[in-house]
Design a protein around this ligand. Structure first.
Ligand code: ADP
Length: 395
């Protein structure tokens, strides 16, 4: 059998990220991004081994954009596509693993719209468009929340009245599950340990950031909650604040819930603290130049990350290693170093040279002698989604 091809699709409200994954090739034969969909500026960016190209598609919606993407994907796949894997943000308590998409599972995703009112409808519009365009192809949903369905109740319940959980699903779900699952398994492989008998702390640090405790290949706790706002300092999200902040801002400034929600999700985090940028590269340069906001944002980011990792340690029976991933985790030696300085009590020490070497896709161990293992492991959510899709095709 020749190596199979899976198209991986990640639909936002006005965007589609896509990648063609071939099971035998480490890089993607074709990938790209359609953005500003539904507006006159809608555009699709394609990237393959021979370069990049952008195509304007004024006013295209998800289906019109996918119809443009399809012929190029089929060509790059040598005329044969085997299936489509869709990233779906919220699977609630219904989905604890990836699933073939059919009428029943689509109804399950719809039932979770209330939990992810911005994300699930966008994911669904991509799924419906792909199903209309490729009715004969098997399609699979891979959920950000599914990996965390193994959390024990004492980790996923909030201390609020019981009926809010039982009748309204108010609990911690966690996100970034596809990434935490991929890198913890990869870390075990690289360290020569069996994933089903190993324990990891994982820090996924991209625009969104979360930590996870992974025991024997299962999530036992994670820092994000009912929504992706809980936990760490992120690019534009505040992470944890006092829940009474809403009241305080309403009473003192007259802000309504929508304004507070928008501030916490879009104007906070690295951006809010620094007053400069949500982007860690920009902040790293500004910090070196002595910009006080960048210095503060960096310090709060690393301290809060260390605090969360130490807390996740409560879920581990032993520690086989700490894994950094995501754009910041994979590239920022200074963030890793500063975070580990706050974790001295757990015995962490970094090897400066090894730490500096692990950037731009280079995986490796960066601890100094005598320290617990610390690894940098590039994430690859697209490949994990393709692997899940292939596994369901085989089943
Ligand atoms: P997303 O969550 O959107 O997939 P990424 O995982 O690509 O995002 O992470 C984006 C973050 O990674 C940004 O804050 C970016 O500045 C940061 N980043 C990328 N490269 C570097 C680098 N060399 N040094 C520091 N931060 C970096």
């Amino acid at each position: 059998m020749s190596a199979r091809n899976i198209l991986v699709i990640n639909c936002g409200s006005s965007s589609i990220k896509f990648a063609l994954v071939n099971e035998a090739q480490s890089s993607f034969p074709l990938q790209g991004l359609a953005e500003r969909l539904g507006s006159p500026e809608a555009v699709i960016h394609f990237e393959n081994a021979s370069g990049k190209e952008s195509v304007n598609v004024p006013d295209a919606d998800h289906q019109a954009a996918l119809a443009q993407i399809l012929p190029r994907v089929e060509e790059a796949a040598g005329g044969h596509l085997d299936g489509i894997g869709h990233r779906v943000v919220h699977g609630g308590e219904k989905f604890f693993a990836s699933t073939l998409l059919n009428d029943e599972t689509l109804a399950g995703i719809e039932a979770n719209i209330q939990l992810a009112p911005l994300h699930n409808p966008a994911n669904l519009s991509g799924i419906h468009a792909a199903m209309n365009l490729f009715p004969e192809l098997p399609q699979v949903g891979v959920f950000d929340t599914a990996f965390h369905q193994s959390m024990p109740e004492h980790a996923y319940r909030y201390a609020v009245p019981d009926f809010l959980y039982k009748e309204h699903g108010v609990r911690r779900y966690g996100f970034h599950g596809t990434s935490h699952r991929f890198v913890s398994k990869r870390a075990a492989e690289l360290a020569g340990l069996p994933v089903e008998n190993s324990s990891w702390l994982v820090a996924h640090l991209g625009n969104g950031c979360s930590t996870c405790a992974v025991v024997n290949g299962e999530s036992r706790d994670t820092s994000m909650g009912l929504t992706p706002l809980e936990g760490l300092v992120m690019g534009t999200r505040s992470g944890d604040v006092d829940p009474s902040l809403h009241n305080f801002l309403h009473n003192t400034l007259g802000w309504d819930l929508a304004k507070i929600d928008s501030m916490l999700n879009k104007e906070s985090g690295l951006k809010g603290l620094s007053g400069l940028s949500n982007d860690m590269r920009t902040l790293t340069e500004a910090r070196q130049a002595g910009h006080p906001g960048a210095v503060l944002a960096f310090e709060v980011f690393c301290y809060r990350l260390a605090k969360s990792l130490a807390a996740m340690g409560c879920a581990l029976p032993q520690l086989d290693g700490l894994v950094f991933t995501g754009g910041i985790g994979e590239n920022s030696a200074v963030v890793r170093e500063r975070t580990l300085e706050h974790l001295k009590l757990l015995g962490f020490k970094v090897d400066g040279e090894a730490n500096a070497r692990c950037t731009r896709g280079v995986a490796g161990e960066i601890q100094a002698a005598g320290s617990p293992r610390v690894m940098v492991v590039p994430t690859n959510e697209e490949r994990q989604i393709a692997l899940d899709t292939l596994a369901l095709l085989d089943a």
